[in-house]
Design a protein. Structure first.
Length: 463
């Protein structure tokens, strides 16, 4: 069975043109890699050297899990870089995915809850600007929570949407397909679009591929079902005194055994993601598509019983820290990049690589340009349909130094404050505001004033 939708296949001429432009002159490429320009009309630079763009998005993968993906990580390191300090700005699927595909904080996308994308402006997205500039566009796998997979998502030429593990159902350009194993199918479907685009013309392409793995229910392929990944936890899992934390945190009581079991189940499913990414890698090599900018990252992290917590959604680093790899042979240093990177940086980086001026104002940074930041805003909104009673909160995160968090009541007033000295307390065990040491806490007013401004920031005013 062939799942090509309505793609046109016009022979082999495109392959010759595509390979000819893959090795663009360094000077021409570097000229396009400036910092984020002001918003305006979409304009293109050096159209024959525009890279293809591929996003490989995992679900709930926190930092430190991709060691079970040796093929994928080796490929990403060859002509690429890794951001060990990467985080997401909202540890929740829909808000984070909306930020990834727009380069904007959730308070600007207006997608603030897990259950759907609500007021999302699809015209202020990466796919909008790339399609307007002549890119072919496709979305594969999980795009957003509660998205009707039978609806063609705006600004995507092709779609193969679906989620799940065994016998997962996908709508492929209007045709229903049941896949024996969802992760494997996503890799195969990406390759089908690659083949079709290769045969069609020399236009660059953008493909978004969203894996369900390693999200619950953590169903592994049979060949990986019995792999053992024992774990003894970390200082945050061993925390016994949570009296310095807000009441909603103290309502959770996950154990080390539960966290270890969740971790093991998730790692088993990531083995199949490794296989799927490798299949895509091999096809790109066979097609000669070296001029491809690839991102491999996750929409949020996950707790393995740190602070006795499960899921994500809460203002502790395991929920925000994610793997973030970027590969573009000839343009990246094949080295670790220790800058503070975030999900909101993907779209600005991709548009800069394509030499495009954005059609709207975004908040993130172009990671291909020099310079960096020392802080970010974390934000989360109470979701009546999800999140086990977790209230609205926001935090200023200054990497390696501190995190200041405010929890808000239903009327918006601050009901709890947390401050963690990350230089001495990286596991966030001691809230300085409640450590029983008067005079040890920082001044609240400047922290609260700065956080208030960050919660409404737009564009270059954002951290």
């Amino acid at each position: 069975m062939v799942y090509m939708g309505h793609l046109v296949q016009n022979g082999n001429a495109a392959r010759i043109v595509r390979r000819a432009v893959a090795g663009c002159a360094a000077a021409a490429c570097v000229a396009a890699l400036t910092g984020p320009p002001p918003a305006g009309a979409i304009t293109a630079q050096a159209p024959n050297t525009r890279p293809n763009i591929l996003i490989l998005l995992m679900d709930d993968t926190r930092t430190g899990m991709t060691w079970v993906m040796p093929k994928a990580t080796a490929w990403m390191a060859d002509g690429g870089t890794y951001f060990p300090k990467a985080v997401v700005t909202t540890p929740s699927c829909c808000p984070s995915r909306s930020s990834i595909l727009s380069g904007r904080y959730a308070h600007n996308t207006r997608v603030i809850q897990q259950s759907g994308i609500g007021n999302y402006d699809h015209n202020k997205t990466l796919q909008h600007d790339l399609k307007a500039a002549g890119y072919r566009t496709a979305a594969v796998g999980k795009l957003f929570n509660n998205w009707n997979i039978h609806l063609k998502p705006p600004h995507f030429d092709n779609y193969a949407l679906g989620a799940g593990y065994n016998n997962a159902f996908f709508d492929v350009d209007g045709k229903g397909v049941t896949a024996p194993y969802g992760t494997t199918f996503i890799g195969q479907q990406v390759n089908r679009y690659l083949d079709a685009y290769e045969r069609t013309d020399s236009k660059p392409w953008f493909i978004f591929a969203g894996f369900t793995a390693p999200h619950a229910p953590f169903t592994p392929e049979p060949k990986y079902a019995n792999l053992s990944y024992p774990w003894s936890g970390n200082p945050a899992v061993a925390e016994t005194d949570r009296s310095d934390k807000p009441a909603y945190v103290r309502n959770f009581n996950q154990t080390l055994a539960q966290g270890a079991a969740t971790r093991q189940a998730m790692l088993r499913t990531l083995r199949s993601v490794d296989d799927a990414v490798d299949v895509i890698h091999q096809r790109l090599d066979a097609l000669g598509e070296s001029n491809t900018l690839v991102f491999l990252l996750s929409d949020n992290g996950k707790f393995f019983s740190e602070h006795k917590l499960l899921e994500k959604f809460m203002p502790y680093l395991q929920a925000a820290q994610v793997p973030f790899y970027m590969r573009w042979p000839g343009h990246l240093p094949n080295a670790q990049d220790n800058r503070l990177a975030a999900n909101i940086d993907l779209t600005p980086t991709a548009l800069a690589a394509a030499g495009l001026t954005p059609s709207y104002r975004y908040d993130g940074r172009n990671l291909l340009a020099p310079g960096g930041r020392d802080r970010l805003l974390f934000e989360y909104w109470r979701d009546p349909d999800n999140g086990a009673g977790i209230p609205t909160w926001a935090a200023t995160y200054v990497a390696g130094r501190y995190q200041y968090t405010e929890t808000y009541g239903t009327g918006g007033a601050v009901v709890f404050r947390e401050y963690y000295n990350l230089a001495t307390d990286p596991w966030q065990l001691t809230n300085v505001f409640n450590d029983g040491k008067p005079g040890n806490e920082p001044a609240i007013a400047p922290l609260s004033t700065a956080l208030k401004a960050q919660r409404t920031c737009v564009g270059s005013a954002c951290p």
